[in-house]
Design a binder for this molecule. Sequence first.
Ligand code: SDX
Length: 434
Amino acid sequence: MPDTSHTTRVATLKVGDHELELPILSPTAGPDCVDIRNLYGKTGVFTYDPSYTSTASCESTITFIDGDKGELLHRGYPIDQLAEKSHFLEVCYLLLYGDLPSAEQLEDFENRVTMHTMLHEQMQNFFRGFRRDAHPMAIMVGVVGAMSAFYHDSTDISDPWQREVASIRLIAKMPTIAAWAFKYSIGQPFVYPRNDLDYASSFLRMCFAVPAEDYVVDPILARAMDRIFTLHADHEQNASTSTVRLASSSGANPFACIAAGIACLWGPAHGGANQACLEMLKEIGTPDRIPEYIARAKDKDDPFRLMGFGHRVYKNFDPRAKVMKQSADEVLELMGVENNPTLQVAKELEAAALADPYFTEKKLFPNVDFYSGIILEAMGFPTSMFTPIFAVSRTVGWISQWKEQLSDPTMRIGRPRQLYTGAPKRDYVDVENR
Ligand code: SDX
C-alpha cells in the first residue's frame, strides 16, 4: 500500500464546517490519487462515483494504461514489444512474478503449466449436463466454478503454496475447458491436451483435431493464437478484474473468483464485444451500408453502438487493436483470404468512423475487440468461441491481480456505500388499510 506517512502534498476539502486535508498519493505513472479513506470518518460524507470514472479501487504494480498516448505496459514493458518479441507463457510469468524470466525459470514455468493441462476425468460429466446449444461462456462459468469441488487441495487462500497451485491449474486448464466447451457444442469428442505442443498449439489441436485423422498445427495460426492470448492477458482494473478482486476480498476460493470474472467478461460492453463486433460487421455486410450504421451509432435515440469502438480509458488508439489489425492482415493473407469481405467492411468502417467528428471529438477509436473476431473466424472459430478465448487469456490477469490483492496485508472486504434516494422511514400498513 502507498506509504502516506511521508506524503507532503495534500488536497484541502471543505465540507460544511469541516475543512479536511487529504493526502495526495503519487504514482509511478498516471494521475495523482487523493486518499479519501478517512473522509467519511472525519466528515460524515461519502464520495459518489457510480461507474468509478474517477476512482482508483486499489494500488497495483502489474499493468498501466496511458489512455491519451494509447500505451499499455505490463510490469513496464510495452504491449507491442511483448506481442512482437515475447510469447504468452512468458507474459504469464511476467504478470505473475513481476519480471521477465531467465531461460531456466521460463522452462520450469512452462513445464509446470504443461503438467496441469488435463482436467479431472469426472469433470466431463459437467459438460454433458449442458444442452448442446449452450453458449460456451455458460459452460465455462459452470465448469470453472465447479473446479472448487474437484481441486480441494488448492482452495485455501491463506496458504501461499495452494495459491500458487491454483494459479498454475487455472492458467493450464482454461484452454482445455474452452476447447471442450467448443467440442461439446459441435458434437465432437473431447481431445486431450498434448505435452509435446506449446500452449497455443495444444489449444488449437484440442479445438480442431478429430480422432479420425492426424492433425498438424499450422505454425502461422499457432503464432497468431499465441499473439491473441498475449494481447488480452491483463488490462488494469477493468470490469471483470474488478469483479475478481471484489469476490476475492470476501475470502472466496480462487475458482469461484475466476468464475465470477468469466461471468462479468461475457457482457457485450466488455469481453462479449468481440462476438458482437463480428456479428455487427456481418450484419453491415457490404461497405455501401456503412453510412447507415454510422448514423445509427450517432443517433441518441438508437441504442446501437459501434461494437469494438470506444473505451473507458483509451482516448487514442488501443495499442492492442493496432497489433491485432496487423495480425489480421498477415493471417488472412497467409491463409489466402486477404479479400475477406468482413475485413474489408471493418477497414472501411474504421476509416469512415475516424473521419467523422462524432467519433473523433468523443475520442472513440477501435479497441482490442474490433479486429480480433476477424482473425478468430478465419482460424475456424464460431463467434460463440470469441469471448471464451478472451477468458482463456485474461485468466492470467485475473489471477495476477487476485494474488496481488491477497498479498496486501491491509486488504479488507470491499464494501461500497451508496447514495440512497428511496422512501424515507415509514410504518407498515395492513392490507385492509392500503
Ligand atoms: C473491453 O475496461 C477495459 O479495459 C475493457 C477491455 C479489457 O481489456 O478488459 O479493454 C476490454 O471491454 C473493450 C471494450 C469493448 N466494448 C465495446 O466495444 C462495446 C462498444 N463500446 C461502448 O459500449 C463503450 O465505448 C465502452 C463500454 C467500451 C466504454 O463506455 P464508457 O467509457 O462508459 O463510455 P460512454 O458509454 O460514457 O460513452 C461516452 C460517449 C457517449 O456519448 P454521450 O452520451 O457522451 O453523448 O461516447 C459514446 C456514448 O454514446 N460512445 C459510443 C460508443 N462508445 C461510446 N457511440 C457509438 N459507438 C460506440 N462504440
